[in-house]
Design a protein around this ligand. Structure first.
Ligand SMILES: [Zn+2]
Ligand SMILES: [Zn+2]
Length: 349
């Protein structure tokens, strides 16, 4: 019989409080559960957001972390997908209803009941979920993906959120040969979007405030790199793109960006401003353009993305940190000072 385990973790004890070393309890392994020793965990903007600013429904203490890679240490008696010793990953979700129309087609992230998020959420057992800034995590096998051998566990970790968040819309809006994709912003999401769009065969342009990260952008696979602070960018690239993937959370001059889309082009927003945005529909109407948004990706698509990254040599560019550097890393992330993802080495917990 499996028993609950007490594991070391980093948690925020209250809103806006610094994270501190503590312990959390992991449930006993149930029939379909996998117990994972965490190897690496990426620091996502939404970790910072939920700990510091708040989306209004936080559960404290909070153990953030939904870009998790590790090794399977124990499996429940009914588990068939994973075995002890397997290299695995866990992303933003750890459960869903599994019977609604979205779950049935592999869009668990859009579950009618809302998925159970990896942290700051309540599981079907009524208990709060705690994320990956911890030595171990226990997750139902259906929400655990396989990390191919070709991907190191540290650079694979950010793929579980930043990777799938960009891969899913690129696939949905058919980024590929003959298609022109612009990635707005070169941060954690943007640096994955550029690599993935390039690997999918699309022609890729980065639209960034300045040319400061131009060399990085071109090295990651961009064909062109333009500064949005230069008005000439919007004149020269008018009507140029099939898809704009916007990774910036601050509101933009949307009409100016719609002008960059060709007929039937789409602007897909991954960064979400806190306040409602205003757009003039005229700038969409002219060329049947659309404005949309997209959230992570389903479990099967997450596996597809990891396999694609392994086959094409795509991975995150990371700054590895020790667990005790997490608060400092949050400050730097807030200042936009990271290239391109902080990843905690869980052995330092
Ligand atoms: Zn995330
Ligand atoms: Zn569902």
């Amino acid at each position: 019989m499996s028993t609950p385990t007490t594991v070391t973790a980093y948690a925020a004890p209250a809103a806006k409080a610094p994270l501190e070393r503590t312990t959390v309890e992991r449930r006993a392994v149930r029939a379909h559960d996998v117990r994972i020793t965490v190897a690496h965990v990426g620091i996502c903007h939404s970790d910072l957001h939920q700990v510091r600013a708040g989306w209004g429904s936080e559960i404290f203490p909070m153990v953030p972390g939904h870009e998790i890679t590790g090794i399977v240490r124990e499996v429940g008696p009914a588990v068939t997908r994973h075995a002890v010793g397997d290299r695995v990953g866990v992303g933003c979700m750890v459960d869903s209803c599994r019977v609604c129309e979205n779950c049935l087609v592999g869009l668990e992230q859009y579950c009618d009941e809302g998925p159970v998020w990896t942290y700051n959420s309540v599981g079907k057992d009524g208990q709060p979920t705690y994320g990956g800034y911890a030595q171990e995590i226990v997750v139902d096998e259906a929400f655990v993906v396989r990390v191919p051998d070709a991907l190191a566990l540290d650079v694979a970790a950010p793929l579980l959120c930043a990777g799938i968040t960009t891969y899913s819309p690129l696939r949905h809006w058919n980024a590929g040969p003959g298609r022109r994709v612009a990635v707005v912003g070169l941060g954690g999401l943007g640096h994955m979007a550029v690599q993935l769009a390039h690997a999918l065969g699309a022609e890729v342009t980065v639209l960034s405030q300045s040319l400061r990260k131009r060399e990085d952008g071109l090295r990651l696979g961009a064909d062109d790199y333009r500064a949005t602070s230069d008005p000439a960018t919007f004149e020269e690239l008018a009507g140029a793109f099939d898809l704009l993937l916007n990774t910036v959370s601050a509101p933009l001059d949307y009409a100016a960006y719609f002008g960059l889309l060709r007929t039937d082009g789409a602007m897909v927003n991954l960064g979400l401003p806190e306040e409602p945005v205003q757009i003039g529909l005229q700038s969409l109407n002219g060329r049947r353009r659309s404005m949309s948004s997209s959230g992570i990706g389903g479990i099967a698509e997450t596996q597809e993305m990891l396999d694609f990254c392994a086959a094409r040599g795509v991975a995150a560019e990371i700054e590895p940190i020790r667990a005790e550097q997490v608060n400092e890393a949050y400050d730097r992330l807030l200042a936009g000072d990271v290239r391109y993802r902080f990843v905690i080495d869980a052995a330092t917990l």
